[in-house]
Design a protein around this ligand. Structure first.
Ligand SMILES: Cc1cc2nc3c(=O)[nH]c(=O)nc-3n(C[C@H](O)[C@H](O)[C@H](O)COP(=O)(O)OP(=O)(O)OC[C@H]3O[C@@H](n4cnc5c(N)ncnc54)[C@H](O)[C@@H]3O)c2cc1C
Length: 383
């Protein structure tokens, strides 16, 4: 049976980043994914510049558009636009983006085994054994980067209690006039209760249109998206792909490391509750996973430090994004018209948002500027 230093389950941004950094430091790494790559992933494919900055290689080859204009509406009305004057996010299709990240992991020396669904996991004192259909392998450590459903994370006994929400994505083959119309523009539609938003993100040959809502509303997502397409005048445009997926949110100290395994990315619930983005946190946690597995491989303690690193380096940002989300969606729920008016006429709000997206600021820094925000956000949640 082949033996590695590390097995990484999942070749999304979290897994490929961990694998690249581990292999680049000399570890023997096997990455397995149940999919054949390139694979589709339900995702808006919005890559804020702060996420791009975390990657040590250019992503231009997979960027389909870059957006500087934000077009915000409330169920089709009360529309306003804010121009960040320089791009704040790139737009990618995840099959190509994830394949690029994986190619860098392979170039660093990681071995990749596609079409390999992990069905069982054994943890022993000296390592782990994974079993897939017709394949077994052992390693000293396991990185579970197996996404929001995280079946292998569950086998490792990790990730219990992480909150979740539901999202739905359609890839629309829009007529050329519509593609031209939405160039460089991200559309956000608010007005879903108690929170949530729909989006239109422009790509080179299609429009990615989707919605994110609380889990209890998963059954209504398709109707919401159909109605949104009607408001956009795109109800007759062919839909190439339509798919749903969960997004998970770690809110406290839910267990994400134990024994010889740890969770990274969506498996660990590292997505924010304001924009529901997770790619940047997947990359960041993949790096922290690699750092801690390397330490453990060199005999410098176990993986418990990984959880402390996530608590110190990612959780403050997720907490600040959650407060921002509670406040923003709470105001929308209670006083939609005045809040949309205020949001549209208060440039500092969007300057702060664009600065966070570009990596020039953080949610934590912006939230600290508004001392009353935590109390206000808490009130919004409980009202
Ligand atoms: C509709 C939607 C829109 C989104 N839009 C954005 C956005 O615009 N910007 C943003 O930053 N974030 C967005 N997100 C969140 C983002 O998609 C995730 O945060 C990101 O994909 C997390 O990366 P990951 O590497 O943790 O997991 P994933 O990218 O989900 O990768 C997990 C991998 O694990 C593999 N796997 C699962 N189980 C097994 C198994 N048993 N054996 C082997 N392999 C397995 C899967 O095949 C998959 O390739 C969106 C999410 C959704 C659902």
């Amino acid at each position: 049976m082949p033996r590695f230093d590390v097995i990484v389950v999942g070749a999304g941004p979290a897994g490929s980043t961990a694998a690249r950094e581990l292999a680049g430091s000399g570890a023997r790494v096997l990455v397995v994914d149940r999919a054949q790559f390139p694979r589709y992933k339900a995702c808006g494919g919005g890559i804020p510049q702060r996420t791009e900055r975390m990657l040590p290689f250019p992503i231009d080859s997979v960027v389909e558009d870059s957006v500087h204009l934000l077009d915000v509406a409330y169920r089709g009305g009360m529309r306003f636009q804010r121009d960040s004057e320089a791009p704040f996010a790139h737009m990618v299709m995840r099959d190509r983006f994830d394949d690029l990240l994986l190619s860098h992991a392979k170039a660093a020396g990681a071995e990749f085994r596609p079409g390999t669904t992990v069905r069982a996991l054994e943890q022993r004192g000296d390592g782990v054994r994974v079993t897939a259909d017709g394949f077994k392998a052992e390693a000293s450590f396991l990185v579970c980067a197996d996404g929001a459903h995280s079946p292998v994370g569950k086998m490792a006994g990790l990730g219990a209690g992480i909150a979740e929400c539901a999202a739905w994505e359609v890839e629309v083959s829009a007529p050329p006039a519509a593609l031209r119309r939405y160039r460089s523009t991200a559309l956000i539609e608010l007005g879903y209760r108690p929170w949530g938003y729909a989006w239109l993100f422009p790509k080179a040959n299609n429009l990615s249109i989707g919605i994110v809502v609380p889990p209890g509303q998963a059954g209504r997502m398709k109707d919401y998206v159909r109605a949104y397409l009607r408001r956009l005048g795109l109800e007759n445009a062919p839909t190439e792909i339509a798919r749903g997926h969960k997004i998970r949110f770690r809110r406290g100290s839910e267990p994400i490391a134990g024994g010889r395994a740890l969770l990274a990315g969506d498996a660990a619930g590292l997505a924010d509750e304001f924009t529901e983005e997770g790619i940047g946190y997947a990359v960041q946690s993949g790096r922290l996973a690699a750092r801690n597995v390397l330490r453990a491989l060199h005999g410098d303690g176990g993986l418990a430090r990984y959880e402390r690193d996530i608590d110190a380096e990612i959780m403050p940002e997720l907490r600040a994004a959650r407060l921002t989300g509670f406040m923003f969606y709470g105001m929308l729920r209670h006083v939609p018209r005045p809040w949309m008016f205020a949001a549209g006429h208060f440039p500092p709000l969007w300057d702060a948002f664009f600065a966070v997206q570009r990596g020039e600021s953080t949610y934590a820094r912006e939230v600290a500027r508004v001392p009353l925000l935590p109390a206000l956000a808490a009130k919004m949640v409980h009202d």
